[in-house]
Design a protein around this ligand. Structure first.
Ligand code: FES
Length: 212
């Protein structure tokens, strides 16, 4: 692919034509909040977390950076009033039903949510929205993995990693507020064929899947 130059926050950056903007920015030390994007999903990013909004010159509204392919001369701003408002609202929505238990969480100190809160100076505890914490059963039936669905942010990384590890035990189920990651058939992990390989725990950015 052809080397091109784009501008992010007034900084000239080299990228390859067709690269995804989110990764081009991150690879060059420009942080953009993100939870659901995956480097291998070039054609059909889920763009479901709605946290990676940026302003792209020529576009009337902010767009998710994980859906933008870079082209020569692209001009991007990662911050604006509109972007900051969208990211803050999206983050607060996620935090309104995320079980906040950082002290006892395996992801503490290496958590995607903590990183976003720190980078964008956002509160982990929602300020404007009521907390609608779920009270789903924690699954500790597998030998080496524990799954707390109350922490899940629906990024899908566990599903992808389980599939690419050859098992494909996990998937999304239900809709709307009740949407959740489960095993197929909704059986406990320990009865699902899970061999505790740890791929899901390594991929989970928020400690929903964690090693025992
Ligand atoms: Fe772009 Fe989630 S990383 S919408």
């Amino acid at each position: 692919m052809r080397e091109i130059t784009i501008t992010i926050d007034d900084r000239l950056i080299s990228a390859r034509e067709g690269d995804i903007l989110l990764w081009a920015a991150l690879d060059n030390g420009v942080y953009i909040p993100h939870l659901c994007a995956h480097r291998e999903e070039l054609k059909h990013p889920s763009a479901s977390c709605r946290l990676c909004f940026v302003e792209v010159q020529g576009r009337p509204m902010p767009v998710p950076a994980c859906t933008v392919k870079v082209s020569d001369g692209l001009v991007v701003n990662t911050r604006s009033e509109r972007v900051d408002a969208l990211v803050a609202a999206g983050f607060e929505l996620i935090m309104s039903n995320h079980r906040l238990d950082c002290k006892n969480c395996a992801a503490n100190g290496n958590c995607g949510l903590q990183r976003i809160a720190k980078e964008r100076k956002l509160r982990l505890k929602p300020k404007n929205l009521p907390v609608l914490e779920r009270d789903l059963q924690v699954d500790s039936s597998a030998d080496g993995i524990v799954y707390d669905p109350n922490k899940c942010v629906l990024c899908g990384h566990c599903i992808r990693s389980c599939r690419s590890d050859g098992k494909g035990i996990l998937g999304f189920t239900r809709r709307g507020y009740d949407r959740i990651v489960t095993t197929f058939g909704d059986v406990p992990l320990g009865e699902s064929g899970c061999n505790s390989c740890g791929a899901c725990a390594s991929a989970c950015p928020v400690g929903a899947f964690a090693p025992k």
